[in-house]
Write a protein of this length. Structure first.
Length: 254
């Protein structure tokens, strides 16, 4: 397959934002373009965030009063900042991506990859079976966009409906230096990610087990073999994850 004619769309969190693993995929496969809407600290699902000054709930990217998106994570009581953080989810990212394509900022993707979940709360995973009920998104009360399962189904189906010729890939989170965090990620993979991606016909790329990044060689809060702080890959880690993802995308496109 001639990847030089294919456009690559990407969404994710801080492990994906900018020129990291997906940039290596783009370069390795010599793709035509790379449009990445990933933002640090992102989760799959919508949220309501409450503080002493009030509460805010995720907006739509197309709202006339859309506040923007923030990758902030340090404690704050500023409602404007919290609104931007509540907007930092895959549901809004996908609305952003679709808007970019419609406005000519990005080309129609031939391949789209999601790499989300590292920041998701264990109590927000939701029920994969319920989230997969029905055929349509509009008016489907089974799809709870405030859960990972519901948001994941919505995002994948939204991209598939908008770009019917695109192939969709879902990268699992990588291992971190923290065993408890890794147990949470494994539960996500088994109870939500594999079920939703599989049911939607999206290819899972298992970076948690197969990318070569291993908790045993990483340091919590410090520099290890491939993680610079126990969570985010360093340059070599980005290249390693990118090489694995490129191989999986190349092999599964045939």
């Amino acid at each position: 397959m001639d990847f030089s004619k294919l456009n690559f769309g990407v969404d994710g969190d801080s492990i994906t934002a900018g020129q990291q693993w997906s940039w290596h995929v783009f370069n390795t496969l010599h793709m035509a373009s790379h449009h990445n809407v990933a933002v640090g600290s992102a989760v799959w699902y919508k949220r309501t965030i409450t503080c002493k000054n009030g509460s805010v709930t995720t907006q739509s990217y197309n709202d006339s009063d859309f506040a923007g998106i923030s990758d902030g994570w340090e404690p704050t009581e500023d409602l404007d900042e919290l609104q931007k953080r509540a907007n930092n989810c895959a549901v809004v990212h996908i609305e952003h991506f679709i808007s970019d394509v419609k406005n000519g900022i990005a080309p129609v993707p031939d391949i789209f990859a999601f790499a989300m979940g590292t920041n998701d709360d264990i109590n927000s995973l939701g029920d994969a079976e319920k989230a997969l009920e029905g055929k349509t998104l509009d008016g489907n009360e089974s799809i709870d966009l405030f859960t990972e399962a519901g948001a994941m189904r919505w995002c994948i189906q939204r991209i598939m409906e908008e770009y019917p010729k695109a192939r969709i890939f879902v990268l699992t989170p990588i291992q971190t230096a923290t065993p408890e965090h890794n147990k949470k990620i494994e539960k996500q993979i088994d109870t939500v990610m594999k079920k939703v991606a599989g049911a939607m016909g999206a290819q899972i790329i298992d970076c948690f087990h197969n990318s070569g990044i291993c908790e045993k060689f990483e340091v919590i809060g410090g520099t290890g073999k491939y993680l610079k702080d126990g969570l985010h890959p360093d340059v070599e880690g980005q290249a390693l994850e990118g090489a694995y993802a490129a191989k999986e995308i190349r092999n599964n496109m045939f």
